[in-house]
Design a protein around this ligand. Sequence first.
Ligand SMILES: [Zn+2]
Length: 338
Amino acid sequence: MHFVVVDSHPPPDESCAPMYNPPGCWGDSVMRKLPILGLALLVAVSLKAQDEDYSKVQIKVTKVAGNVYMLEGAGGNIAASVGADGIVIVDDQYAPLAEKIQAALKGVTDKPIRFIINTHYHGDHTGGNAYFQKQAPVIAHDNVRKRLEEGIIAGNLGSLTHEQKPQPKDALPILTFDHDVTVHLNGEDIRALHFPSGHTDGDSIIFFPKSNVVHMGDDFVRYGFPFIDLAAGGSVEGMVAAMEEVLPKLPADVKVIPGHGAISNVDDVREYAKMLKETSAVVAKGIQQGKTLDQLKQEKVLEPWKKWNNEFVTSDIFIETLYNDQTGKKDGKLLKHN
Ligand SMILES: [Zn+2]
């Protein structure tokens, strides 16, 4: 049996791979199990974000459009609305990067942070909450607070699992909402709209209508097949539904900030939604025909979509995700989603 250590750092040049594995990808401790030697020999690899070297991470600031900037470091993309009233940020990456993020924002404006919005609970999007909440309130969907407070073994109910520990009180969003909320600052109606059961059960997509920018959280990512946190109430159906509801709302020339990866456009979102639907249908057909998960993997049913394969969510892991999602089963046991 081979033991494979997965380097979760992204390639230095993002253009060398449209799909890459974001570091630590969704939290402070990642367990990965990889099929080795073509057999179902599974090896768990634990990557602790605390052990990762954040000292070399630099925060890159890009003006997206209007008064919205994107900040990239490690973890999920940050959006920042910057204007006369101050700063509203969407997501805050990892705790060890908080001071660097703050310094990067200082390079844009001296104005204070007014609000932080979380797109979902994963640690690579909420790690800076405790730091930033000393300056301004964190806003998120009710389920983000719940997940952060309780902790969870996240994952695809199969070989991809991740433990997110309960977070201290100061890291919990102090303002929560159940459907949507709008922050009226910087001449913009910044709207966080909840989409149930996509990447998780607490996702929000954030619209900056005046600047013509949208931050999709991890409902839309550029590293390939997406991670769908079935354990936290995510589902591919919900993810597709979110895309189909959002797409008609978006102007053709909107700038799309994905949860991970480069600034995108509506065509990228359309292609992604199409892939989700098609791959889902293929796996659904297989299930209807009575095929097992192993059969679907052996038949490489996602071969036509192999360009979406990535280190983090391989074709096999995505087959497993779709299979577990559609059967609602794990080891023969029915699981209840939220
Ligand atoms: Zn995530």
